[in-house]
Design a protein around this ligand. Sequence first.
Ligand code: UDP
Length: 320
Amino acid sequence: MRILVTGGAGYIGATAVAILLSKGFEVSVLDDCSTGHKDSIPENVRFIRGSILDSTAIEDALTGCNAVMHFAGKSLVSESVEKPDLYRNVNIEGTRLLLEQMQYMGLKKIVFSSSASTYGDPAISPTPETQIGIPTNPYGESKLAVDEMLARESSVNGISAISLRYFNVAGAININGQWLAERHNPETHLIPMVLRSKPDEPVKIFGTDWPTPDGTCIRDYVHVIDLVDAHVSALNSLDAPSHTIINVGGGIGYSVREVITASSRALGYDIPTVDASRRQGDPAILVADISRAKSLLNWEPVRNLEDMVRDTAHSIHPVR
Ligand code: UDP
């Protein structure tokens, strides 16, 4: 079985490629390397360098494939606030073109990278998939629009689709002694920022007056290997025409201060921090209800926050 991994040169996509290969799948990758890295793609993968907005490249990439894992897209909340049209174009129009080409070529199976940001600032926590989404930024809006597109596509054209709603992804995979690192530039995510923190450049804690027990935001973290395992379970469960939304998180909320404490413990030194003002677009609390993933995918995370911190640290500063 051959899987097209769109965005397979990026952090999560490349981890998916590695895990799919290890499980005996054949893999094709479509990536324009705008944020991904070609050196993340193994030689036994069919690589098409092209945009998700280029129908010819999509057609080429889909040739010989049986199903799609769709990771390609823009994924930074702050950038989406500055460039909403870019997010609409790449994330929504790009997926529309992909689905159009899948329909044309008779491909029916897709697992999509959706996001907890579709929920906005949810009233219920842990948040179930039934929660109505009111995104607070264009990134979340674009992911919600694609979820809705997939629902329509399943009823109109009979595709079998699963939207996996990621919470906060961290950690890294080691392949034959090499770490596949997240390489964002600029970096914005909490755990990599914690790892870069130095006394003269301490990590900023964005807001200490949130309505949470210690005043800092609460998030739900999932290891990238656990996340990709959920994709493989989702892929294997695709069958009848349907669209299902499934949360993928740890099911546990950690405040920013708790992440910093766990990181200090995992790394064996005190992380320098400085209190700062709130970051625009952040909800106070985002924690997944993962009961649907457990029941439908027979999946639950097996790696904890300290594993995520340690593996991220290894991938940034390789340890031999
Ligand atoms: N955060 C922080 N300092 C940083 C980066 C992030 O305090 O340097 C906070 C951020 O405000 C949020 C949480 O850490 O409450 C997780 O942020 P991240 O950017 O990792 O993921 P997001 O939840 O935005 O997807």
